[in-house]
Design a binder for this molecule. Structure first.
Ligand code: SAM
Length: 167
């Protein structure tokens, strides 16, 4: 289980939650979220189309979406797939989120936009965070640290997950 998900479990215990995962792929982390937390709705945002990251074109097979749907089939009533980029999906997402987990395109401008666009959608005392806070990804720590600094937020980092509690 990813550290941020463990933290959500310890913070919210069995509270009923509404959350978002940006970047779903075959649904491994989404499955962990659904197995660990008391989810009312989990919005799963992924366009499932090829994308450029670190100047490399990454091929995302449409079968990944099918695989995710199969894997998460037993949670059908709790999941909403949104086959759009995170920028395009913003208006499809409610404004009362308990958490957002960001794991889409890891390039700086995308992470920056994801934090900027989704932070306002999180309730006060909710959590925004994500994956791959690592030197290799560069854009992730850069965007995260800038946002923390600008908004005077406390950053938590553990084993490449990062998160903050919304003020
Ligand atoms: C690292 S994978 C996600 C893995 C998943 N979070 C997990 O841990 O099981 C990154 C995913 O981000 C998606 N992605 C790429 N650009 C995106 C964007 N602009 N908005 C949302 N998702 C995006 C890709 O299609 C890919 O499936």
């Amino acid at each position: 289980m990813r550290p941020m998900i463990r933290f959500l479990r310890s913070k919210f215990d069995s509270k009923i939650l509404i959350g978002v995962e940006i970047g779903v792929s075959v649904g491994a982390n989404a499955e962990s979220i659904l197995e660990t937390l008391n989810i009312h709705k989990l919005f799963l945002v992924d366009p499932y189309i090829p994308y450029m990251q670190r100047k490399t074109l990454l091929t995302v097979h449409t079968s990944f979406n099918t695989l995710a749907k199969e894997r998460l089939g037993r949670f059908k009533d709790k999941t909403v797939f949104i086959k759009k980029t995170s920028v395009d999906a913003v208006d499809d997402i409610p404004d009362d989120l308990d958490f957002v987990y960001i794991d889409g395109n890891h390039d700086y401008s995308f992470v920056k936009d994801d934090i900027k666009n989704y932070y306002p959608k999180v309730k006060r005392d909710g959590i925004i965070g994500g994956h791959d806070f690592e030197r290799y990804w560069l854009g992730v720590p850069k965007a995260v640290l800038e946002f923390m600094h600008t908004n005077n937020l406390t950053l938590h980092v553990e084993a490449s997950d990062w998160w903050t509690i919304k003020k």
